[in-house]
Design a protein around this ligand. Structure first.
Ligand code: HEM
Length: 148
């Protein structure tokens, strides 16, 4: 697949993932906390999950594919030897932390979301949003040769 097409799919995924989380954090979460309404949050989660998760999967596939195109294969991950390896390794580390937050939310919080659990759920959402924004910023370094 041409690199440019991979990049377009990657950017669409980033728009959905980061955009959706910013809408949730800035547009919906304050009202959820004010009204102490798990239902308001669950309504958004149910709808967003269907496009958010495929978007994340697409970003992982296209991201790893593009990294291979740049000569950063799995044997170079987490060596932090070149600026590009740094970007890819940091992105993979942040991806892992996103997955851990998602697992924690889905196992411990979402199945029985009570008003008491809303602040810790809000913490999860804000962390995943900030991680997404950092991943987007890290991605933008690639065209300049990588970070650090
Ligand atoms: C929440 C997850 C992610 C977001 C929001 C994100 C966002 C972005 C953005 C905005 C770019 C900028 C492209 C440009 O300069 O035009 C980019 C590039 C890139 N991303 Fe990601 N990314 C994510 C996950 C990943 C993952 C998991 C990998 C795999 C290691 C990855 C690898 C790359 C690579 C190699 C590029 C450079 C593409 C190029 O400029 O040719 N990304 N990403």
């Amino acid at each position: 697949m041409p690199h440019h097409l991979l990049l377009i799919i990657h950017l669409l995924g980033a728009a959905i993932w980061v955009g959706g989380h910013l809408v949730l954090s800035i547009g919906i979460l304050p009202e959820v906390l004010k009204k102490k309404s798990p239902e308001l949050l669950l309504n958004f989660e149910r709808k967003y999950e269907k496009i958010g998760m495929p978007a994340l999967v697409l970003m992982v596939v296209t991201g790893i594919w593009m990294a291979y195109n740049y000569g950063v294969g799995s044997s170079q991950w987490f060596h932090f030897a070149t600026p590009l390896e740094c970007v890819v390794s940091l992105k993979l580390t942040l991806l892992l932390s996103t997955v851990l937050f998602a697992l924690s939310a889905n196992i411990f919080l979402l199945p029985n979301l009570t008003p008491k659990k809303l602040p810790i759920m809000a913490f999860h959402i804000i962390c995943v949003t900030l991680i997404g924004v950092v991943m987007l910023i890290l991605g933008s370094f690639v065209r300049y040769g990588g970070a650090f």
